[in-house]
Design a protein around this ligand. Sequence first.
Ligand code: AGP
Length: 586
Amino acid sequence: MCGILGCISNEDIVPMLLNGIKRLEYRGYDSWGLAVVEDKIKLIKNVGNINEECLNRLELKGSTGIAHTRWATHGGVTRENAHPHTSCGEEIAIVHNGIIENFQEIKRSLLAEGHKFMSQTDSEVIAHLLEKYYNKFKDIKKAILATVKRIKGNFAFLAIFQKDSDMIVGARKDSPLVIGIGKNKIFLASDVLSFIEHTDKVIFLDNLEVVIAKKDLLKIFDFKGKEVQKSVTQVAWEAYDVSKKEFSHYTLKEIYEQTNTLKSSLCQDQIKLNEFCNSIKSAKKLFITASGTSFHAGLLAKYLFSKISKVYCEAVLASEFNQIIEWVDKDTIILAISQSGETADVLDAVKKAKEKGAKILSIVNVVGSNLDRESHLTLYLNCGPEIGVAATKSFTSQLALIYFLAFTMINEYIGINKLKRLNECIDLIFKQKDKIVEIAEKYKNSNDFYFIGRSIHYPIALEGALKLKELSYIHAEGMAAGELKHGTLALIDIGTPVVVLNPKDQTYCDTLSNALEMKARGAKIIGISNLNNDVYDDLILLPEIDELFYPVIEVIPLQMLAYYLAINRGADVDKPRNLAKSVTVK
Ligand code: AGP
């Protein structure tokens, strides 16, 4: 996934572009670039994080420009492959987010026509196609419509033209593109975040739409060329607060925000909530689908819907959804869970289910995202932008909303007292920071970690392992505690750290036996429990809460442990290597 941003104004837009794509680095951060058009197109691109110094040296200035932050898919991380890409005569520059699936075939035919390519990317074909069709039709609209007709895959792209220095054109198919309408400024971007300090007035482009933007004109067309009228939405500024505050990393800030975000995730429109619950309750078949951390929330939803609401469902990884598609029909409800609402596997699953007549319910953080727009009904997490690549606050917000749904289905409500207690518990865990830092120091040289839990603690064991892997790069495995004896026990050696999720509930004794089995084989046991026991070499004490709610609080020490282990090992916490915040490729 990549981030794109364009701006037209009366003033120099380079600082705005630079700040804007910095905000989009959560979408990719292995290289970046920007281009402005005055009498000619001038561009700069670089490998690595966005670097202001470099720009200052170049003294790039302009009032129309486009910018890009990249997460490489086609072509390595090199300056040549960084965007913007230009046409042969460098009279057109483009930035692109997505994948052009048929780029090889297009590239072959353009090469045969004499076009010269400078990169290994799929994106560069867009610049050459625009050049080809602009030369043919001498008309921007015709050129862009011919281009989108020719390319397959998913894309949002922006282009500037030397011949028209106050114009940006764009198009989207299955990748987001939003327009910001500011005072004497127009923005086109992957995400509102990139321009929110300049305007809160936004037009969400729909799928299969193109835009031609000039200082004093904004036209939107569908892919057939028919003009479309769009309404302007005013978005809430607070929902896009992206300051790091006093924290050293966004990830840490987002971990500490969780007492507030839990509260906001429960602020739901009652009518929508009831409709959501009624759909789930009356579903003949219910499938939950999601990826990564959101899948772990989905797995817990499966347990909670069954335990609390007596609703049976299956949780299916979005990337595996195709394997059960034959069971999906018009009597099926799909509950899709995603922070970004842009995960390609989730969108693919949802589209296929929709084709079979299923109703799509979704739980999403990013309003206006593709999943939001594809769904019949969406509930929002309301947890604000999550910048750290590792999901933290969005996970607990997903959990809170899932509990809310499960109880609403049986006409019980998570009242203010329950929420207050959850927040008190989380605060008590934050107070154990020194203990968690000490554990992180003790195990910083371990090569393998195991996380175990039964029943509703199993999804949290999976989540603890995922957090540790992505933040600290330590190998970790999360598993159902009962599965240990079926193989994994062979890997337990002297000093192997095992995190045991074991608050006092009906799983307590069995999980304790598993901890003892591992201890007998030399493992170091890190207990996450409200009860101390000699088996634990280290204990993070869970405050007392109704036992069904332990998952929401027990994930907090796991997030903190992963964070401090990552810090001890010098990892780039907010931007783990090789990972993008939203995975928009299959
Ligand atoms: C979580 O820490 C990861 N960054 C990743 O597994 C993520 O949860 C997954 O890619 C799904 O993203 P989504 O919630 O935006 O769909």
